[in-house]
Design a protein around this ligand. Structure first.
Ligand SMILES: [Zn+2]
Length: 110
C-alpha cells in the first residue's frame, strides 16, 4: 500500500473484530452492540461504479459525479466517490483514498 493512501473511517466490532461501513449499531456478524469507530487503510479495488449525471438538489452545483463501491484490502466494502466522473476504470482496478469530502471518502485510480 502506498504511504499516501490515507485512512477510511469504518466501524469495528470490539467483540468479534468484524469491520462494517455503517452506520449501524449492532454487529451484523455476532449481533453484539459493540461497534466502535475505527480506521483502515484507504487502499482497495473497484467493485462497481456509476456516474450520477442528474444530481439531487443538494449536489447540483457540483455537476456530474461518480459513486463507487470499493472493497478495501482490510476486508470491508465502502461506498464513496471517484475523484472525477470520468475516473471509472475496469472492475477490480486498484484505487486509493484521495481525500474525504464532507465525511465521504473520495478515491482515485492507483
Ligand atoms: Zn461482532
Amino acid at each position: 500500500m502506498p504511504a499516501s493512501a490515507g485512512f477510511v473511517e469504518v466501524l469495528k466490532c470490539s467483540a468479534c473484530g468484524a469491520l462494517d461501513a455503517g452506520p449501524r449499531e449492532i454487529c451484523p456478524v455476532c449481533h453484539a452492540p459493540a461497534l466502535q469507530p475505527g480506521k483502515v487503510p484507504g487502499a482497495g479495488s473497484l467493485l462497481s461504479w456509476t456516474v450520477i449525471r442528474r444530481p439531487p438538489a443538494a449536489f447540483r452545483a457540483e455537476g456530474s459525479y461518480a459513486v463507487a463501491v470499493i472493497e478495501l484490502d482490510a476486508g470491508v466494502k465502502v461506498t464513496g466517490r471517484l475523484d472525477s466522473p470520468d475516473a471509472g476504470g475496469q472492475l477490480g482496478a486498484r484505487v486509493v483514498l484521495a481525500e474525504s469530502k464532507n465525511g465521504v471518502p473520495v478515491f482515485r485510480l492507483a
